[in-house]
Design a protein around this ligand. Structure first.
Ligand SMILES: Nc1nc2c([nH]c(=O)n2[C@H]2C[C@H](O)[C@@H](COP(=O)(O)OP(=O)(O)OP(=O)(O)O)O2)c(=O)[nH]1
Length: 131
């Protein structure tokens, strides 16, 4: 049976209505694809606690994690992911790519110019204006 992982990811929007996008590094799993930063939820953690911890570790800044925006179950070749995207707001510090290859802020209408990790597509679609 494939391993199942529960992953939280942050939809962080700045004052210019841009959303933070992160490029996975060549040495990460699912390499060279764009994602919303975050990571695996530990058993004792709430979704919000997990996301706040992961963002501190990965981006070196403090966020407040809010409500669930999108949930998607996706089957990769090697594992099954439950990807839970939460809205989040920056509280302190500036996001820096400690593990990612790059970070960029993009307007919603430009999100689909990136190559996203397949599990992220429903969240990207929900964020993207239909016309
Ligand atoms: N953080 C994050 N991970 C995502 C997204 N979409 C997606 O498929 N993933 C996958 C990539 C990873 O395999 C897994 C999250 O693991 P992680 O970011 O905690 O990375 P990790 O180093 O702990 O895991 P791993 O590389 O050892 O598998 O979920 C996303 O939007 N954000």
């Amino acid at each position: 049976m494939k391993k199942q992982v529960k992953v939280v990811a942050a939809i962080i929007e700045n004052e210019k209505n841009e959303i933070l996008c992160a490029l996975r590094a060549p040495d990460m799993s699912i390499p060279n694809m764009w994602e919303f930063p975050g990571g695996k939820v530990k058993t004792e953690e709430s979704l919000q606690e997990a996301l706040e911890r992961e963002i501190e570790e990965e981006l070196g800044c403090t966020i407040q994690a809010g409500d669930v925006f999108n949930r998607n179950v996706h089957e990769y070749d090697a594992f099954i992911i439950e990807l839970i995207a939460l809205k989040a707001t920056l509280q302190a510090g500036t996001p820096e790519p400690k593990e990612h290859a790059r970070l960029i802020w993009l307007k919603r209408e430009n999100l689909n110019s990136l190559i996203w990790a397949p599990a992220d597509i429903p969240a990207v679609e929900e964020l993207t204006p239909s016309r």
